[in-house]
Design a protein around this ligand. Structure first.
Ligand SMILES: O=C(COP(=O)(O)O)[C@H](O)[C@H](O)COP(=O)(O)O
Length: 319
């Protein structure tokens, strides 16, 4: 019999899939919290049954969106923390691992923000793409230091996450100019830093982030504008150490055109990749909670953090 998956886990998985919950850090946080609910409310009668439940719940969460490695990294963290020989011990250790993960997430965001704020000077103008809580942490820390910033915010088609960024920046007191994505190059001359987040960072320092990031970075390099990637270390993709590539999510065409619109324009093939890969040569710095790194050196940090351990415990047998 398939182990019981808590309805809250299914709800969170659905919300991640539909992007109600979105952005790499928020996805990781919500997935970890859902595992805690699974653990707390489990009525498994044996340790084996409990472990199976947690693993199946982790897999349900894992199979929602493929690109943000924060999701499997969060699940891996919790599953590694699950230990004990009784159901109660397993439950307690799992819930404690979730709490540790969520605390670390919060702390790393604040520490990263302090590092990123050091790059920003009073009067600087930044350009953003998509909505990244890590980028906003840097801005928030800089504003708290009394620096006055302005921002050019790309709307980020097709889902317009730029609107969320605009709103958050407004709340921080940062004046925003909202532009369509294709206008970015025109505004780069007047911008001091391009600041983006990341869904995954590969061992060679490539940055995987919202579609449009790579074009922005190439244009920024052409204009001499530094590109800063704000990303906690749980965005580092351990699988890339052993030659795996990062899966780029292809989303529904309906996010771009309705069925009627599509039919009216001759039924073209529509493709909707959600992310792209920015090669390390277009990135000036990756800002993490452990300091700032040139992208080419990120592999050293990955080896230190992950060692040889790149296994995925939720892929173990469910029985
Ligand atoms: O690309 C996106 C979100 O894509 P989507 O909207 O498709 O999830 C964000 O830049 C990163 O996830 C970083 O966000 P954060 O810094 O908050 O982790």
């Amino acid at each position: 019999m398939e182990p019981h998956v808590n309805p809250e886990v299914r709800r969170v998985a659905d919300d991640i899939g539909s992007m109600e919950i979105r952005g790499a850090a928020k996805i990781a946080d919500a997935a970890a919290a859902a595992l805690a609910t699974q653990a707390k409310e489990s009525d498994a009668s044996t340790p084996e049954a409990f472990r199976s439940e947690i693993r199946v719940a982790a897999r349900t969460l894992h199979d929602t969106r493929p690109t943000a490695v924060s999701l499997p990294n969060a699940l891996r963290y919790v599953l590694h923390g699950m230990e004990g020989t009784t159901v109660e011990q397993l439950r307690e250790s799992t819930v404690a691992a979730v709490e540790r993960f969520r605390e670390r997430l919060e702390r790393s965001q604040a520490d990263l923000g302090a590092v990123g704020a050091n790059r920003l000077k009073d009067g600087d103008r930044i350009m953003t793409h998509c909505h990244s809580t890590a980028v906003l942490a840097c801005v928030e820390a800089a504003v708290a230091q009394g620096k006055e910033l302005t921002a050019v915010v790309k709307e980020t088609r097709p889902r317009n996450q730029g609107h969320i960024t605009a709103e958050r920046l407004h709340e921080l007191g940062v004046p925003v100019t909202l532009v369509v994505d294709s206008a970015a190059r025109r505004y780069l001359n007047g911008v001091d830093h391009v600041m983006v987040g990341a869904d995954s960072i590969a061992a060679d320092g490539s940055v995987i982030n919202k579609i449009g990031t790579s074009g922005l970075a190439v244009n920024a390099r052409d204009r001499g504008t530094p590109v800063v990637v704000a990303a906690q270390t749980f965005k580092l993709h351990p699988g890339t150490l052993t030659g795996h590539s990062v899966d780029i999510e292809m989303r529904e065409e309906s996010e771009i055109v309705s069925a009627e619109e599509r039919a009216a324009i001759g039924d073209p093939t529509v493709e909707n990749p959600a992310f792209d890969v920015t090669p390390p040569r277009y990135v000036d710095a990756i800002v993490t909670e452990r300091g700032q790194f040139p992208p080419e050196s990120i592999v050293m940090l990955m080896r230190e953090l992950f060692g040889e351990n790149t296994t995925e415990p939720w892929l173990q047998s469910v029985t």
